[in-house]
Design a protein around this ligand. Structure first.
Ligand SMILES: C[S@@+](CC[C@H](N)C(=O)[O-])C[C@H]1O[C@@H](n2cnc3c(N)ncnc32)[C@H](O)[C@@H]1O
Length: 268
C-alpha cells in the first residue's frame, strides 16, 4: 500500500498519534466545516458516502448519523484509522485514496481537508470519480492561501523560530495549501462536471485551556517541539503560548479561517 504517497503516509502516521490525543479539540475547532459537509450530505437521500482522508473519522460519523447512509472513511495513516475504528459507527479503510480500487460505488464523496496531500491530484480525483455512480457528487473543504489564514501563518512562523533549519513549506507540493488556487482546483477536477469553488469565511473557536495541548499535538509547532531538548521545553512552550496571544480573548481562542467549498458531479 501507499507506494506513491509513502512519504505522506509516514508523516501522517506519526502526526496521527497527536491527532488522536486531541481529536475532540480538532472536532470542535473544525465543526463549521463538518456542518457544511453534513448539510451537503443531507440535501437528498444518500445510500453510500465516502469520506476521503477521514483522519479519526469525526466527519464520517456525523454524515452517517445525519443521513443513515452506509459511510466509509478512507485514510492512508494507520494511526488515524486505528483511532477512527475505536468509535465504530462507520467502516474505516486503511488505503491510499489516490490508487485504491474501491469495491463499492458511492453517491457522494466528502472530505474535510483530506484531499490536498496527493502526489498526483489529477490521478487521485480521477480515481475517486470512478468510485462514484454517474450523477454522484463530490464536496470537499480545502484551505485558501496561507496569508489568509493568520492562525496557520503564526503556527508556521513559530515552528521556524523554534527550529530555524526547518524546511520552508512547499506551498505547491502536497500540503494544506496545494489547492488554494481555484484554477488549480478546476485543473485537477478535469473530467468532473458542474465544478463550483465557493469561498467560505468562518471564525472558529476553542476554550483557551486547550490551546497548548492542541499546538503541542498538531501541526508544525508540534513537529518542531519534537526536536527541543527536555530541559528547554517549558521555556519554549512559554514563547509558543505568547505568540498566539492575539487570538485569545476572555478565555476563548478565536480566529478567522479562509477556505473553499468545492462541489462537482460525476457525468451521467
Ligand atoms: C488534515 S488531515 C484531515 C483529517 C480529517 N478529514 C479531519 O478533518 O479531521 C488530512 C488527512 O488526510 C490523510 N491522507 C493524506 N494523504 C492521503 C491519501 N493519499 N489517501 C488517503 N488519506 C490521505 C491523512 O492521513 C490525514 O488523516
Amino acid at each position: 500500500m501507499a507506494e506513491v504517497n509513502a512519504e505522506q503516509a509516514a508523516l501522517w502516521n506519526t502526526s496521527g498519534q497527536g491527532w488522536a490525543r486531541v481529536q475532540d479539540t480538532v472536532g470542535q475547532l473544525m465543526r463549521p466545516f463538518e456542518e457544511l459537509l453534513v448539510e451537503k450530505a443531507a440535501e437528498r437521500p444518500r445510500r453510500r458516502v465516502l469520506d476521503v482522508g477521514c483522519g479519526t473519522g469525526g466527519v464520517t460519523r456525523a454524515v452517517a448519523a445525519a443521513t443513515g447512509a452506509e459511510c466509509v472513511g478512507v485514510d492512508i495513516a494507520e494511526s488515524m484509522v486505528a483511532a477512527a475504528r475505536e468509535h465504530g459507527q462507520a467502516e474505516f479503510l486503511l488505503a491510499d485514496a489516490q490508487t485504491h480500487v474501491f469495491e463499492q460505488r458511492f453517491d457522494l464523496v466528502v472530505s474535510r481537508f483530506g484531499v490536498m496531500f496527493f502526489a498526483d491530484p489529477g490521478a487521485a480525483f480521477t480515481n475517486l470519480r470512478t468510485a462514484v455512480e454517474p450523477g454522484g457528487e463530490l464536496c470537499f473543504i480545502t484551505w485558501r492561501a496561507q496569508e489568509e489564514n493568520p492562525f496557520m501563518l503564526t503556527g508556521d512562523r513559530v515552528a521556524r523560530e523554534i527550529l530555524p533549519g526547518m524546511p520552508a513549506r512547499d506551498l505547491d507540493g502536497p500540503g494544506p495549501f496545494s489547492l488554494a488556487d481555484p484554477a488549480r482546483v478546476r485543473e485537477v477536477l478535469d473530467g468532473w462536471a458542474d465544478v463550483e469553488v465557493t469561498p467560505i469565511d468562518r471564525t472558529t473557536r476553542l476554550p483557551e485551556e486547550v490551546l497548548l495541548p492542541y499546538l503541542t499535538n498538531m501541526g508544525p509547532v508540534s513537529r518542531a517541539l519534537r526536536e527541543v531538548p527536555e530541559r528547554d521545553r517549558d521555556r519554549v512552550l512559554d514563547r509558543v503560548r505568547g505568540a498566539f496571544d492575539e487570538f485569545v480573548h476572555d478565555g476563548e481562542v478565536s480566529f478567522p479561517t479562509a477556505t473553499w467549498r468545492v462541489t462537482a458531479s460525476a457525468p451521467l
